[in-house]
Design a protein around this ligand. Structure first.
Ligand code: G3I
Length: 342
């Protein structure tokens, strides 16, 4: 990625220097990347950073203990870097991407060895090409007031909370220059559940930092429910609190969930633009984000329609480009805000 770093220096931000003050990134899917030239072209046209959406997840990367399927992610990372773009890794540990063979391991010593071996092998493979990783993804309980601080995952059940610092310390040892991120969702809205999730994240990051664990940034996923209210003041305070302890903030998986927006494309896109602007207003009020990364670029390929379809059956419109690669009205203003860093 061209970031010449001195020995011991951690990448100062997650993306290569870009033509924008705040790099715009996109998560790309190998199955479409391999066959759709217009898809590839869209990422080159708009993105400063291009990252594998799924290909570095434990389940896809390591279907069995002795198999590391690096090829799909390598194609994407090489494509990004060969075109002067940045790239980043998602993710070492995630409850949603843990293969069955790992879930079958209940011996703590064995699972710890698997965790260390996996992170060491993968971080080493991409050292110098990926300068940022989502080390752990979605470790906070979905609803902390009801469930306690941490999500009930296989890693937590077998290893306890220590699996989180262990993952970060292992990643830092394997790739000392990588910028290490803790990534999670539903940090964006008004309400006691999101208040609790933000507070839990902040407390965890502070605790890790106080213990000397290298956490460099928080990923705020930004899967925006267009019918929910962005909590401007809370996000601004959250970003400022992270900045105060030298921790960055990334909007890491931006897309719009418009299943409860009535009307058609015009209403959906208007709601999307409003939500994106409200999020950026709040994030910039706390600190300048290190990057804003969309979770895909085109409505033609998005997880949203399958997971949260519109009740009337009309197509969802989650991403900056429609299914024909035409820009949504809100995409230009988004890129302009990132160009000027405000
Ligand atoms: O690659 C296999 C293919 O070989 C197989 O034939 C096919 C059918 O089973 O599955 C393919 O894997 C799919 C993968 O996407 C790649 O397309 C998985 O089944 C499918 O579950 C997976 O969905 C992804 C999901 O995470 C689970 O990993 C979505 O595309 C992706 O957008 C979504 O992203 C997550 C973030 O990682 C974390 N934050 C939430 C976000 C949305 O759920």
């Amino acid at each position: 990625m061209g970031l010449a770093l001195a020995a011991g220096e951690v990448a100062p931000t997650i993306a290569a220097p870009a033509r924008r003050r705040v790099p715009f990134g996109g998560a790309i899917q190998a199955e479409h990347f391999d066959v759709d030239p217009e898809y590839r072209k869209a990422f080159l046209t708009y993105c400063d950073l291009i990252m594998p959406m799924n290909e570095l997840k434990f389940d896809l990367l390591r279907p069995s203990p002795d198999v590391f399927s690096f090829e799909p992610a390598d194609r994407i990372v090489d494509f990004a870097l060969s075109h002067g773009k940045g790239s980043r890794g998602h993710c070492f540990l995630w409850w949603g991407g843990t293969p069955d063979w790992v879930k079958a391991i209940t011996d703590p010593k064995r699972l710890e060895a698997v965790l260390i071996e996996h992170i060491e092998t993968v971080a080493d493979h991409y050292a110098g090409r990926l300068t940022s990783w989502d080390v752990v993804n979605e470790v906070i309980a979905n609803d902390p007031p009801q469930e306690g601080a941490l999500r009930d995952t296989h890693w937590l059940r077998v290893l306890g909370p220590r699996h989180i610092p262990l993952a970060f310390l292992t990643a830092a040892k394997a790739d000392p220059k990588a910028r290490l991120v803790i990534n999670d969702y539903d940090l964006e809205y008004v309400g006691p559940r999101c208040d609790a999730r933000r507070a839990t994240m902040l407390a965890m990051v502070r605790q890790l930092k106080d213990a000397g664990v290298p956490v460099h940034a928080v990923g705020m996923q930004g899967h925006l429910y267009a019918d929910l209210q962005i909590d401007h003041d809370a996000i601004a305070a959250f970003g400022a609190a992270l900045k105060a302890i030298d921790v960055g903030l990334i909007v890491s998986e931006l897309d719009i969930i418009d299943w409860h927006i009535e009307g058609g494309p015009a209403e959906q896109d208007a709601a999307a633009g409003k939500a994106v602007n409200a999020l950026l207003d709040a994030v910039f009020a706390g600190q300048q984000p290190e990057a804003v990364i969309a979770w895909g670029l085109t409505d033609r390929y998005s997880w949203v329609g399958g997971a949260m379809p519109r009740p009337d059956g009309t197509p969802v419109r989650p991403l900056p480009l429609d299914e024909h690669y035409r820009r949504k009205a809100w995409f230009g203003p988004l890129l302009d805000r990132l160009k000027h860093g405000r």
